[in-house]
Design a protein around this ligand. Structure first.
Ligand code: ADP
Ligand code: MG
Length: 389
């Protein structure tokens, strides 16, 4: 059943007024196409075709590669059912933009697929407001999606562009590179989660502060682009610093081995074509050649250099270290650059008004050693988050 535009506007106005008690009659009146039309159809500026046809059309500039990433948020898994829908909208797009940032890509467009238990206009209006506000901040436009009834989950795909061959990859780190991280509130999102879970308590204002880190992460899009040609490898921290560093160390180790093996092969080509599961070094080894083991690289981290909020710094040293290194949901960039590029990294931080801290270095010896102020190696017994373990 179609709702006339004027009536829909009245419905939306009414439901966006402060009392947002769910109104079952309104929920009934919003069909799939009404809700797409009224909440998720906005004029497109840079894409040739947006919502309303079978496909959207994108037009990356000549010489650019398209960077594509998808992230799904499931109720009870990635967010609690009581989260304010505006914050949920922000976060769903933010975690996707964070992936574009980690590749050094400029955001262009996104699609939104979601399942909803019911079409609650007030809730949808708030969700859309959170999405549209962050989208406007990054000049990215919603060009399509899919809408269905079902248990609440949101899946966003983002599209960005990056000059051909210049994307920041996980695989470019080399021994001797410095390790850097963005931001200054590593671990705060985990802290907020533990307060919600009831395992920790914080005064109200401190909780509000860390809750913002959990619900309103600021994707480091400008920093990612400023690091093109400066950083050798990058990843965004979603599952905890140690776990995500592990991805960089494994992929960079494999890439190094495959470059060593291939001899004259271009490192850029190699690193743009490898995958997590393949073993390019051994598979491409000509018979009789010395097999090159692609051992992961290693790293030393300086615990005292990990940037933390005053709220986290007030907790015990053990809790601090766990949340800093294995907290998750940080959406900061973790990246590497040779020491000779330290000033260029700092300049990228300043140009993008994003704090950057040098927190360690990449080494040949596999494993991650976390050292304290007096040089002692600290125990780090935490695994990073894995949905199926
Ligand atoms: P199809 O049946 O061809 O997949 P749909 O009827 O599902 O198309 O969707 C109609 C149009 O609305 C398409 O352009 C689609 O991209 C868009 N759309 C559907 N759901 C959403 C959404 N949640 N946000 C933005 N656009 C959407
Ligand atoms: Mg469809």
């Amino acid at each position: 059943r179609l709702v006339g535009a004027a009536r829909a506007v009245r419905i939306i106005r009414r439901t966006l007024q402060p009392t947002t008690a769910p109104n079952p009659r309104l929920a009934m009146s919003l069909g799939e196409f009404d809700l797409i039309q009224h909440f998720f159809t906005r004029p497109v500026r840079r894409s040739p075709l947006g919502v309303g046809d079978d496909c959207a059309l994108l037009a990356p500039a000549p010489g650019m590669q398209l960077a594509v990433s998808t992230d799904m948020l499931v109720e009870g898994r990635h967010f609690v059912s009581t989260v304010a829908p505006r914050r949920l909208g922000h976060k769903a797009l933010a975690v996707n933009l964070s992936d574009l940032a980690a590749c050094g890509a400029r955001p262009l467009a996104y699609t939104l697929a979601f399942a909803l238990p019911r079409a609650d206009a007030a809730w949808l209006g708030e969700l859309a407001a959170g999405l549209h506000a962050l989208a406007d901040e990054h000049a990215i436009e919603l060009v399509g999606g899919d809408t269905t009834a079902g248990p609440l989950n949101l899946c966003i795909t983002v599209f960005g562009e990056v000059p051909a061959g210049q994307a920041l990859l996980r695989s470019g780190a080399a021994p001797g590179d410095d390790l850097w991280v963005s931001g200054r509130t590593l671990g705060d999102a985990r802290l907020a989660l533990e307060v919600l879970r009831g395992t920790l308590q914080l005064p109200g204002d401190a909780f509000e502060q860390v809750r913002r880190a959990m619900e309103q992460p600021a994707p480091r899009v400008a920093l990612g682009q400023a690091l093109r040609g400066v950083a050798t490898a990058a990843i965004d921290i979603s599952d905890g610093l140690l776990g995500d560093l592990g991805h960089v160390l494994r992929r960079s180790g494999a890439a190094q081995a495959s470059v060593a093996q291939a001899g004259s092969a271009s490192p850029a080509v190699e690193s743009h074509s490898d995958t997590d599961t393949s073993t390019p070094a051994t598979r491409s080894a000509p018979s009789g050649a010395t097999p090159v083991a692609h051992a992961p690289l290693g790293a030393t981290l300086f615990a005292a250099e990990l940037p933390r909020s005053a709220v986290l710094a007030a907790l015990s040293a053990d809790v601090q270290l766990e949340f800093l290194l294995a907290g998750g949901d940080d959406y900061e960039l973790l990246f590497t650059a040779p020491p000779t590029s330290a000033n260029a990294v700092r300049a990228a931080g300043i140009a993008s008004t994003t704090e950057v801290s040098r927190i360690g270095r990449i080494e040949v010896e596999p494993g991650v050693r976390v050292v304290g102020v007096d040089g002692q190696v600290l125990a780090t017994p935490w695994a990073s988050f894995d949905h199926f373990r």
